[in-house]
Ligand binder design. Sequence first.
Ligand code: HEM
Length: 474
Amino acid sequence: MHKKYGDVFEFYIFKKRIIMLNRADLAENNVLKQSIKSNYFVRALSRSQGWRELGLTERGIVLNAKFKTWSLNRRFLSHCLGATKYIREIFNVAHNRFLEAEQYLKKVDDNTPLEFSKWFHCLTVDTKIEITTGEKTYALAAYANSLLPPHLQKPVPESSIQSYSEFISSLLYRTSVGRYFTRTPAFLRHHVPGFKHIAERMKKKVAWLDEEVKKLVRKKKELIASMDDKEELKMDLLTLMLTTNTERDTNKVKAREFEEPLDESEIASILIEVFSGGVGTITTALCFTVYYICKHPAVKSRLVSEIDATLSADDNTLTYDSLTTLFPYTSAVMKEAARILTIVPLAVQIASEDDEVAGYKWRAGTTIGVNIGVIHKHEAHWKDPETFRPERFLDEGGDEIQPRTFLPFGGTVRVCPGRVVADKLMKTFLILLFSKFEVELCEPDKELEYAYTLANNCKELKVYLKARITEQNV
Ligand code: HEM
């Protein structure tokens, strides 16, 4: 649309006017300011009656429109996600979960097409549940068994989260609930039998999930209380959130950063958001990255050479230190994939005060959208924007990247607090994948299949995997 209507245009959805900004410099002084004094704190989605009715706009983080609780919850979460010990633990869990997955993958016949969006989804679910709650789930093992003949299947251990598949599907179901509540008019949801029945069933499921997560929080709280003070605590997000600002705090910050521990129901809301916000995005980002790597043989070959050379110089193992300081080309490839196909292509905020944006004066209450997907490919910001060229992101010999033009994790005051977690998880998985397997697209000429619902979601990515015979894999 911006090609036809220019870098600033307005349009209407259900009589609601939205001003769309398609160049980073038009938004950099106001909407794209990451200050808590920003006038663009409220997400447009939080104004939807549907989300309000689900009770999600006054708690947690993602849709919370109440500055005070949002700010406290967000600082708490960022504080916990930023703990060095926690980031290291994320690496350990991701590494171990991948090695487990490798055992299953090696049993699958080289000629069996693997549905990678499903595979990465299961791997991400298992890893995220473990780093978030400390519980082990076996989504990937169950999926692998479905591909194997009976004699090669491994029994799936009983999960410590009761009926975890129901738990996981309810977590992911929240997106569909949100879609229904925002798209179906309130009159239908409240008064017309078929619609009303669906809305009530969905609300019950959301309430069930809230209760299950609160139970998990209470169980962990009791476990921590029953432990000896000297016993080392598990390094998962729930433990960190429960112990921050208590006697057992292992991640102390300066005095009085937080007045008191966070309350149980806010912790439950945040856990649900961290989970449901991170799984689909990471799965899709991994699929898109693998797709672009496989579509560009020269990129694949340089990536694999970097991985092989770096691992063999480090005893053929991937360590946390090498993950964070080496692999510049792998990082550049991940960035270029995130640029060329943006996972969350829009940030839509509401102005809390009258303002001048992009040379025009707007009233408080105006809805302003930053078109990240377009900014990522704008000729004013990028050389040959349609070309997949990771080299542009290299520190040495790369292009000069203009400020605020690369926004895969958003760029407003609500910028993603999970970006380091996402980066570490994805990089670990990609390095291990390409070091251990030859990856080929089953249908190299087929277009990537994805659909947009608040974020882009990969619908299908079929690949063949063949174990590589290299020094590090013998
Ligand atoms: C590739 C993976 C991910 C992508 C592409 C992504 C992208 C985004 C984007 C674009 C936003 C909105 C930013 C804005 O409005 O300016 C966001 C918000 C958020 N993300 Fe992520 N995210 C990812 C992974 C994660 C993970 C792993 C977590 C949790 C550990 C997470 C937690 C959140 C939360 C809580 C918010 C809401 C922040 C707020 O409203 O203050 N995300 N994410």
